[in-house]
Design a protein around this ligand. Structure first.
Ligand code: ATP
Length: 698
C-alpha cells in the first residue's frame, strides 16, 4: 500500500500560501492519502537530476513537488511552489540515503555541477588541499559519498567549503565542517551520531527509503491517512507536533521505562515538547476510565496552562481528559483542602520575610533572617526533621557553612519561635502545605495517579518531590522528569536518589536547541562562566554537545550613561522591532527586579507602546527575569544589567557569612540571566547604565 510522508520544508512552504491555494493543496494531497493518486498526474521533468522527483498540478499557478518511487510505494511531499520555482527546484534536487548513518538527505545537484569548474580552476592553481590529511576511506566512513568525494578533493580552503553550505547534503557537510575545524575522525563520527537515535546497522541499505525516512524523524513525518494529513495542515506552524528529533522520539515513544526516567538538556532543546509527547503516548495507552490518571506538572500557573494547551494540540478526544495539568503547589492545596474541608490559609512572601526577621531579632541577630529561612527550607523541611533531637543529629546536607551544636540549639530556638508564631496566626507556608499533602497521600492505601510527568524539575523542593513520589505507585513508567540544572533559579539542590526516586540508567540527554540561534546560545553559555552544576541524578551537567543549528544576528550589548537614557534606548529598540513587523506578543522585555520592570512599563507606556505583564496578543510582554522562565519570544530585551543589580546583592549571601551559600547564590544569579537570554528565538538586546554586570564581561 502506498505510504505518504511530509517533508518539514513542505509545511514551511504551505504556511506562506493564501487560504484559497491552501484549500487546493489540501484537496490534491488528500487524494494521496486516500490511495487514489492513480488519477493524479505526477509530471516527470526533463533534465531532472533525480528521476524520482515529480511535480503535481495544484491549480493554474501552483505545483507540488513530490519524491515518487519508480517502483515501490514511498511518496514524500517536499514543497509547494509557484510553477517556475517548482520546476527549477524539482530539476535541481537529488535524494540519497546517507551511507554512514542511514538518514534520507538531499542535495542541490545542479548547483554542485555548476560550481565544480570554478573549484577545479582554483585547485589547479595550488597544491594545497583542505582534506589532504584524510584518506578516502575515512571520508567515506563519515558518509561522504562517491559523488561528493571528487568535489571534496578539489577544496583548497574553508571559504570554498562554506560555499557548499546549502548545496551538499546536510550531514555530509556537517562531517566536512567537523574535520576542517580540527576535529578527529572519531570526534566527527560522534557528532554525526547526535543526529540519530541508535547506532546505525553495520550495513546501510541505501535503496531502502522507508527505513531512511524513519531514521530522519526530524525532517520527514509518515502520514497514516487523510485525517492525519488534514490535522497536520490545520496546524502548520506547530512543527513539534509531528517532527521530533530522533532522540526526542526515542524517549517520548519508548514503550516503557523500568522506573523513573530523567530527561536533561539545555534551554530550548525540546524537553517540554518531549514530555508532552510522552504524556500523550501514555494517555492513549490507558485502559478506559473516567478519572484523571496522568499528572503533568510544572512550576508556575502560566506554564501549567501552556502545557495544557499544548497537550490539547496533540490529543483531541480520547486521552485528553485523562491528563491533569497543574502546579505542584496547586495540587497540594487541593489535597489538603479535600482532607481538611477548608482551604489552607497561606502566608504571603512579605509576611514570611517579616517572620524570619523577627525570629532573627529574637535570638539577638545571632543568625540573619536569610540564614534562618534557608536552614528551615533546605535542612529541616528538606530532611523532614520532626523535632529538636533530629535536627541536632542531622548532617545539614546542602549547607556547607559548619555550625556547632550550641549554634544549632540557637537556630532551633529561632525556628520554634517562628513556627509557633505562624501556627498562632492560623497560617502556613506553601512548603508546609505541600509537606502536609505528601503526608496525607503517604497514609492513603492508593495513589491518585498512574503516571506523573514533571517539567522544570530543577526548581522543585525536596518536599515537592516527596509529594510527587507519593502521588504515583513505584513501578515502571511512574515518573518522567524533565530538568536543566543550568536553569536552576531557586535555592533547591536536590538529589532524587535521596528522596527515593532512582533514575540511574534511565537518564537521557537532548542537545539541539530548536529555539535559539548559535549566536544567542554562545553568548548565553558564556554567562555561566564554565561553572558546572550538579543535576538531580547527582551527575555534573556541563551542557555537553549543546548546540543550535540556526544562525542569526549577534546579540547587541549597549551601555548608557544614565537609566533614563537606557529606557529611551529600550523604547527605541522595541519600536524598531515593531516597525519591522514583529508581532507585539513575540517581543519580551525583562529586568531583574519588580521596581525596574515597573519603570520599563512606564517608559513603554509613555512611548505609546502597548505592553502587559501577562500574555496578550496585541501587547509586548514585560516581566521579571524569574517570570520569563519557560517562555519564548522572537526578540528579547533585557535592561538594567548593571553591576549593582545583576547579581542582585540582596539575593546573594554575604561571602563572610557563608562562602558556600555565596557561591551557590552567585551561580543561581548567573543561571537567572542565562534563562532570560535563552528565551529569545532570533534576537537578543542587553543594556546597562553605569558599570555593566560582571556576568556580561565573561
Ligand atoms: N522537534 C522539534 N521540531 C520543531 N520545533 C521544536 C521541536 N522540539 C522543540 N521545538 C520547539 O523548540 C522550542 C523549545 O522547546 P521546549 O520549550 O520544549 O524546550 P525546553 O527544552 O523545554 O526549553 P526550556 O528549558 O528553555 O524551557 C519550542 O518553540 C518548541 O516548539
Amino acid at each position: 500500500m502506498p505510504r505518504l510522508s511530509i517533508d518539514v520544508g513542505f509545511l514551511a512552504s504551505y504556511t506562506k500560501l493564501q487560504p484559497a491555494v491552501r484549500k487546493a493543496v489540501d484537496r490534491t494531497f488528500a487524494k494521496f492519502t486516500e490511495h487514489t493518486h492513480a488519477g493524479l498526474h505526477l509530471e516527470k521533468l526533463n533534465n531532472a537530476r533525480d528521476p524520482r522527483i515529480r511535480t503535481i498540478r495544484i491549480d493554474q499557478a501552483w505545483r507540488g513537488v513530490v519524491l515518487a518511487p519508480e517502483s515501490g510505494d514511498e511518496y514524500v511531499l517536499m514543497a509547494v511552489m509557484h510553477h517556475d520555482d517548482a520546476n527549477a527546484f524539482a530539476t535541481s534536487r537529488r535524494f540519497s540515503v546517507n551511507q554512514a548513518i542511514g538518514v534520507l538527505e538531499d542535495r542541490n545537484q545542479q548547483a554542485l555541477d555548476d560550481i565544480e569548474p570554478a573549484l577545479r580552476t582554483a585547485a589547479n592553481a595550488t597544491e594545497e588541499r583542505l582534506f589532504a590529511a584524510f584518506r578516502d576511506k575515512e571520508l567515506t566512513k563519515l558518509g561522504v559519498d562517491a559523488d561528493v568525494l571528487p568535489l571534496v578533493r578539489l577544496l583548497t580552503s574553508d571559504t570554498h567549503l562554506e560555499a557548499l553550505a546549502n548545496l551538499l547534503p546536510d550531514r555530509q557537510y556537517d562531517a566536512l565542517i567537523g574535520l576542517s575545524s580540527g576535529m578527529t575522525v572519531e570526534e566527527t563520527w560522534q557528532e554525526l551520531c547526535a543526529h540519530i537515535a541508535e547506532e546505525p546497522p553495520e550495513h546501510i541499505d541505501t535503496t531502502d527509503l522507508t527505513a531512511a525516512i524513519e531514521r530522519t524523524s526530524d525532517r520527514f513525518a509518515p502520514i497514516s491517512g487523510p485525517e492525519e494529513l488534514a490535522d497536520i495542515l490545520k496546524h502548520p506552524f506547530d512543527v513539534w507536533r509531528r517532527f521530533l528529533h530522533p532522540h526526542q522520539r526515542a524517549i517520548a515513544y519508548r514503550p516503557s521505562f523500568s522506573g523513573p526516567a530523567l530527561v536533561t538538556g539545555g534551554a530550548g532543546t525540546g524537553k517540554t515538547v518531549t514530555a508532552i509527547h510522552r504524556a500523550a503516548f501514555l494517555a492513549k495507552r490507558l485502559p478506559p476510565g473516567d478519572g484523571q490518571d496522568i499528572l503533568l506538572t510544572t512550576y508556575t500557573n502560566n506554564l501549567a496552562d501552556s502545557l495544557a494547551d499544548q497537550v490539547g494540540l496533540l490529543l483531541d478526544g480520547p486521552g485528553l481528559d485523562r491528563i491533569h495539568s497543574t502546579t505542584v503547589n496547586k495540587l497540594a492545596v487541593r489535597i489538603v483542602t479535600d482532607a481538611e474541608g477548608t482551604t489552607p490559609d497561606i502566608i504571603n512572601r512579605g509576611a514570611e520575610d517579616q517572620l524570619w526577621k523577627s525570629a532573627s531579632e529574637w535570638i539577638g541577630l545571632a543568625f540573619s533572617p536569610a540564614f534562618l529561612k534557608r536552614e528551615w527550607e533546605q535542612v529541616i523541611l528538606a530532611q523532614d526533621l520532626p523535632h529538636r533531637l533530629a535536627y541536632l543529629a542531622c548532617s545539614r546536607r546542602g549547607r556547607v557553612r559548619p555550625i556547632s551544636q550550641n549554634q544549632k540549639e540557637t537556630v532551633w530556638a529561632a525556628m520554634t519561635y517562628a513556627l509557633d508564631k505562624l501556627r498562632g496566626s492560623g497560617r502556613r507556608t506553601h512548603l508546609q502545605v505541600v509537606a502536609e499533602a505528601a503526608r496525607i497521600l503517604a497514609e492513603r492505601p492508593a495513589r491518585p495517579y498512574q503516571h506523573v510527568l514533571v517539567d522544570e524539575g530543577q526548581d522543585l523542593h525536596p518536599v515537592q518531590w516527596r509529594l510527587l513520589r507519593n502521588a504515583v505507585p513505584s513501578r515502571p513508567d511512574d515518573l518522567f522528569i524533565v530538568s536543566d540544572p543550568n536553569q536552576r533559579i531557586y535555592n533547591n539542590y536536590v538529589s532524587l536518589a535521596r528522596i527515593g526516586i532512582e533514575v540511574r540508567g534511565r537518564s537521557n540527554r537532548l542537545s539541539l536547541s530548536y529555539r535559539t540561534t548559535h549566536e544567542i546560545l554562545s553568548r548565553s553559555i558564556r554567562i555561566l562562566d564554565g561553572d558546572i552544576p550538579v543535576g538531580l541524578d547527582d551527575e555534573p551537567d556541563a551542557l555537553n554537545g549543546y548546540r543550535a543549528q540556526r544562525h542569526g544576528a549577534r546579540p547587541t550589548v549597549r551601555g548608557f550613561t544614565s537609566w533614563t537614557d537606557e529606557l529611551v534606548g529600550l523604547t527605541d529598540q522595541v519600536r524598531v522591532w515593531l516597525d519591522r513587523g514583529i508581532e507585539p506578543h513575540a517581543i519580551g522585555v525583562a529586568a531583574r527586579t519588580n521596581a525596574t520592570v515597573d519603570q520599563a512599563i512606564l517608559a513603554l507606556d509613555h512611548a505609546d507602546i502597548p505592553c502587559a505583564t501577562k500574555r496578550a496578543a496585541d501587547r509586548i510582554r514585560v516581566g521579571t527575569m524569574h517570570g520569563m522562565k519557560g517562555l519564548e519570544f522572537r526578540t528579547v530585551a533585557l535592561v538594567g544589567l548593571d553591576d549593582r543589580a545583576v547579581p542582585l546583592p540582596a539575593a546573594v549571601t554575604d561571602a563572610a557569612e557563608d562562602i558556600a551559600a555565596h557561591a551557590q547564590d552567585t551561580f543561581r544569579e548567573r543561571s537567572l540571566l542565562f534563562v532570560a537570554c535563552t528565551r529569545a528565538r532570533d534576537e537578543l538586546y542587553l543594556s546597562h547604565s553605569a558599570n555593566p554586570s560582571p556576568f556580561l564581561g565573561t
